[in-house]
Ligand binder design. Structure first.
Ligand code: ATP
Length: 215
């Protein structure tokens, strides 16, 4: 279970915060607006009314103990950039920020954002792709018990072939690809051996994927 902070609970931020909580993660939701905090308080782990440009306030909330922060303050670009800077300076390892446009994104990268997202642009592209091809990931959205995940090869896997490991019969999951450095084997077969530092891309029921992680 990871610990997330979501700052700015507009449509994007509140949807990120609720989805993370629904998937069993710890979520601290922060917004300036009292009513918004009241409304979301039953849907996330903690909801706090605070100004994300106030360094002392973020320090008091212990943001440095969280793994990931998502900054989704929209219209106030100044607040969006400043809170990103503060979160990085306070030591949050991974900060994802919603940007308005490419120039804004560039500034966010300069102040330390680890990932910049453009939800409207990305969603537009996704819908367009969707219209011209079917996408397995969209099916997964409607099957919340199933996921595609990356799993680092464990000691029990290293040196064995997929045939020997029998993932399908043992765990009822499918190894879709094997990542080795920069190379991606997208058609793995029974004779393909798993080496140290390989990452397997595996699809299956969440409970079965947990078993593969523990194997
Ligand atoms: P969306 O498109 O996701 O609905 P938006 O891009 O229109 O949202 P805004 O509504 O401008 O974004 O901001 C999202 C939220 O961020 C608002 O609920 C606002 O109260 C909150 N917010 C703005 N500034 C701050 C701040 N300094 N600290 C905490 N929250 C803030």
């Amino acid at each position: 279970m990871k610990q997330f902070i979501v700052i700015g609970l507009g449509r994007f931020g509140s949807s990120v915060a609720k989805t993370l909580t629904d998937n069993g993660h710890d979520v601290l939701a922060i917004d300036l607006n009292h009513q918004i905090i009241q409304d979301i308080s039953n849907d996330v782990t903690h909801a706090v009314e605070a100004d994300a440009t106030d360094e002392e306030a973020l320090k008091t909330l212990g943001v440095r103990n969280f793994d990931v922060a998502i900054v989704s303050i929209g219209d106030n670009i100044h607040a969006n950039i400043l809170s990103t800077l503060i979160l990085k300076e306070l030591g949050v390892p991974y900060v994802i920020v919603k940007a308005q446009d490419a120039l804004h994104g560039k500034v966010l990268t300069k102040v330390g954002a680890d990932r910049v997202v453009y939800p409207e642009r990305d969603m537009g592209e996704r819908i367009a792709h969707n219209l011209i091809s079917s996408n397995v990931l969209d099916y997964l959205e409607f099957a919340p018990d199933y996921s595609v995940v990356e799993i680092l090869a464990s000691q029990n896997m290293i040196g064995k072939s997929l045939g020997e490991l029998e993932f399908r019969s043992r765990f009822d999951v499918n190894v879709m690809a094997i990542k080795r450095g920069q190379h991606l084997n997208m058609t793995p077969g029974a004779s393909d051996k798993i080496l140290e530092d390989d990452t397997l891309i595996v699809m299956g029921k969440n409970e079965n994927l947990d078993k593969v992680r523990d194997f």
